[in-house]
Design a protein. Sequence first.
Length: 216
Amino acid sequence: MRRQKISIGSYYHVYNRGVDRRKTFLTVKNYQRFIHQLKQFKGLKPSVHVDEANDFSKKLINIVAYCLMPNHFHLLLVQLEKDGISKYLHRLQTGYTMYFNKSHERTGVLFQGTFKCKLVKSNSQLLQLSKYIHTNPIDVVRIKGDDPESLARRLLQYRWTSLGEYLNNDQDDPVVDDPEPILGQFKNKDKYKEFVLEPRGLASRLSLEEICGKKL
């Protein structure tokens, strides 16, 4: 387990990237498998097989937001059990690495170390972090000469974040457990959408250092 103390009930920004900055998601099926495992492994007693039903009567963590990028991922989590985040990330990274190595006929580690975990210390930081996570694909979807509206539209179309779960009501099998800590601070979902995709905000997007107030 990590030496870092991770408290129950607190919000944490958890992230990691591929070793040597290598891509960790090469195909649509890779993204889909990781998203499935985001859900599969959060139960106190996870299912062993991919298609086995999960018991979520008790969970290690709650997922508040997420984003998958070609060579890294971001998660906004709440720890519910002692060592819950560490246990969850161990399952997630180990399980996905085993799947990825078998699928792509490779061996060895896939992620850079265990994972990075930063405590969210204020409500302002919580809101800005949700915005940072949901706009993380900006450099992936950006096209040269983009106007802000086109860029915002493509961010909404990016499949591998929780932004769609925040803004749509027709999610059959959501990954996010509880978006209310974020959404509950806005009058409605359209107001949150404006907060995330406001053109000037996209143009001058805050870095993680600026959000956290120190070098990460």
